[in-house]
Every structure is written in structure tokens, then in C-alpha cells.
Ligand binder design. Structure first.
Ligand SMILES: [Zn+2]
Length: 80
């Protein structure tokens, strides 16, 4: 599962092992959205049902959209 490419379009960085995105993009995902991704991922690991996978994919797609909706915000964030 290592060496996955970050799902954010135009990023192209490698996502960290066990993480959905690269560190840079993940830092731009709002905390609320991060929690949703984590929560749904845990459900996938626990349940292994198609419904859980769909929920996870939706949460991840939403997180990607949140990153894309933040143009020019790169410099201010990520410092924490
Ligand atoms: Zn990325």
C-alpha cells in the first residue's frame, strides 16, 4: 500500500503510507473533513462492507474538493 499517488488533481506527490493524501494536501483539509475521512476509513477497516467503502470514498472526495477550493492558501497554512 505504499507509493500511492495523492488523489488531489495536479498534485502528483506520493501519499504517505496509511494516509489518503500527501502531507501537504492533508494539511489543507479542514479538521472537520479530516475527521470524517478518518472515521469512515476506520469503518472500512472494521466492517469491510461496500457501504463503508462508499462512505469513505465520498468523504475523501469531499476532502479533495476542500483542498481544491483553497487557491492561494498554501503559504498561510501548513506552518502549524
Ligand atoms: Zn497532494
Amino acid at each position: 500500500m505504499t507509493g500511492r499517488v495523492c488523489p488531489v488533481p495536479g498534485c502528483g506527490a506520493t501519499a504517505r503510507a496509511g494516509h489518503a493524501m500527501c502531507r501537504n494536501c492533508w494539511s489543507m483539509v479542514p479538521r472537520e473533513s479530516q475527521r470524517l475521512v478518518y472515521g469512515t476509513w476506520r469503518a472500512v477497516r472494521a466492517d469491510r462492507t461496500m457501504a463503508a467503502v462508499v462512505n469513505y470514498r465520498e468523504a475523501l472526495a469531499q476532502a479533495v474538493n476542500n483542498v481544491l477550493a483553497r487557491p492561494g492558501d498554501y503559504d498561510q497554512r501548513g506552518a502549524t
